[in-house]
Design a protein around this ligand. Structure first.
Ligand SMILES: NC(=O)c1ccc[n+]([C@@H]2O[C@H](COP(=O)([O-])OP(=O)(O)OC[C@H]3O[C@@H](n4cnc5c(N)ncnc54)[C@H](O)[C@@H]3O)[C@@H](O)[C@H]2O)c1
Length: 442
């Protein structure tokens, strides 16, 4: 394929040289004449292990070139890859000025450059951009192209996951290939472009592809901060946090795994809130500030409040709470966010009926009993003996269990609104999760 790469920094140079090494004809474009000059001489404008060789080989083979003139790179090109910078503004928003300028350059070049034989050109963003950029800025740039003109353009988002310092190695072994493309033609181009990786791209919508890169970087930053906060607290207790974290990482079931990484409802139960509070206390008595750990409790509270606010703002008045314990298959009610939600709904005057397939008030004992008596003193009166009974006459169901019988009861007689805190109802009810919004059935 013939490829134009806009922006010859870390991402652009690795991408251009990497694709050239896999047999594509690549022309890089940059506004910086020095960077363009270096590439033309077969030298990399950025320092990355292995990149000098890759650039030199590509240029010597005639597969890699560079220019400051977009129309020269666009001539006969099947794809434009946008790898320009998207730095922070002073307010922290993303400065899309370089991206806008590069898009305008591409659009102008289409009026003068010869199209490829197919007549189709894919404009693909690899820079990190906020969700909505593709729909709001990238696609509209080409909306004025006549449908029967020389060039047909499709746009897409294909985030880059390389890390500086191992950019070349990462380029050839990415964690995944993600094609955010609403258009089949662009998706086909991306599949062919990255075929050398031997990986089928994940096809998602443009916004999800844009969002994914932020989720990855935020998670990486959070991991570093988490490990450092652990290190600072444990040092005060003479603990070797490196040893602790080394063993911590051996747990591939809960720690280094997909566990707990689905957006949903708040955490709770008899351990997580208690032990977090204990860690925060250990930090406090040692004059240590641990804002990430402290923020988790606050953020957890906001999740409960968010769901409550949405229910209060809706026409809901009679609510069936299906599932009360902090997770399915336990009757432990201690610090269950569902108990918290039920308590607040009652306090706001909602009629609340509760069904939990496991919780039986006659069998609750000890701390569990004391906790629920303090929060929901009339639990016995609120409890229904079946999900059907709880749902009868209710306008809203809050689903906090994955019990199959409860889900069947909901399917058989769905109330006007369903709030799925279990995350188990999936596509059956559009967009239903504590974070994403209330899922309303018709
Ligand atoms: N650096 C990384 O490790 C990394 C990894 C993944 C994603 N990203 C993202 O990729 C993007 C590029 O990052 P980078 O580190 O390569 O940036 P960079 O600053 O190293 O390079 C950007 C290049 O774009 C050029 N440029 C600006 N306007 C242009 C235009 N109109 N036409 C052509 N070239 C133009 C600049 O001169 C510069 O050479 C950013 O959005 C970044 O967030 C970076």
């Amino acid at each position: 394929m013939r490829i134009a790469v806009f922006g010859l920094g870390y991402v652009g140079t690795v991408t251009a040289a990497g694709l050239a090494s896999r047999g594509h004809d690549v022309c890089g474009v940059d506004v910086d004449e020095i960077k363009v000059g270096l590439i033309r001489q077969g030298r990399s404008p950025v320092v990355e292990p292995g990149l000098d060789d890759l650039v030199a080989t590509g240029v010597a083979a005639g597969r890699l070139n560079a220019t400051t003139r977009p129309a020269e790179a666009l001539a006969g090109a099947d794809v434009s890859l946008l790898c320009v910078g998207t730095p922070s503004t002073q307010q922290g928003s993303t400065d899309l000025g370089y991206l806008r300028r590069a898009l305008e350059d591409i659009r102008a070049a289409l009026d003068v450059a010869l199209p490829p034989d197919s007549g189709f050109h894919a404009v693909v963003v690899r820079s990190t951009v906020p969700p909505g950029t593709g729909d709001g800025i990238v696609a509209p740039t080409f909306a004025d192209l006549p449908p029967d003109g020389r060039w047909a353009v499709g746009t897409a988002m294909c985030p880059e996951f390389l890390r500086e310092g191992s950019g070349v190695a990462d380029f050839f072994a990415p964690p995944f290939v993600v094609a955010g493309a609403d258009d089949d033609c662009v998706h086909d181009v991306l599949t062919r472009l990255f075929a050398f990786l031997g990986r089928k791209p994940h096809r998602v919508d443009v916004r999800s592809a844009e969002a994914l890169k932020y989720a990855c970087n935020a998670f990486h930053a959070t991991k570093v901060t988490f490990a450092n906060e652990m290190g600072r607290v444990f040092r005060a207790y003479g603990v070797d946090a490196r040893e602790v974290m080394q063993i911590f990482c051996e747990d591939r079931i809960l720690n280094i795994s997909s566990a707990y990484l689905q957006p949903g409802f708040a955490f709770g139960g008899s351990c997580l809130p208690k032990d977090l509070r204990a860690l925060l206390h250990m930090a406090r008595v040692n004059d240590l500030d641990v804002p990430l750990l402290a923020g988790t409790l606050r953020s957890n509270e906001l999740v409960v409040r968010d769901v409550l606010d949405r229910i209060v703002a809706s026409p809901a008045r009679t609510v069936a709470m299906l599932g009360l314990s902090f997770k399915s298959d336990t009757d432990d009610l201690r610090e269950s966010p569902n108990v918290e939600l039920a308590e607040r709904l009652l306090g706001k005057g909602f009629e609340v009926r509760i069904y939990d397939p496991i919780v039986n008030p006659n069998r609750l004992l000890g701390a569990n009993l004391r906790y629920v008596e303090a929060r929901l003193p009339h639990l016995g009166r609120l409890l229904a003996s079946t999900a059907q009974e709880a749902l009868r006459g209710c306008d809203t169901a809050i689903v906090a269990t994955s019990d199959a019988a409860v889900l069947d009861a909901l399917r058989a007689s769905p109330p006007a609104r369903i709030v799925d805190l279990s995350g188990r109802l999936g596509a059956e009810i559009e967009r239903i999760s504590g974070y994403e919004g209330l899922g309303w059935t018709a």
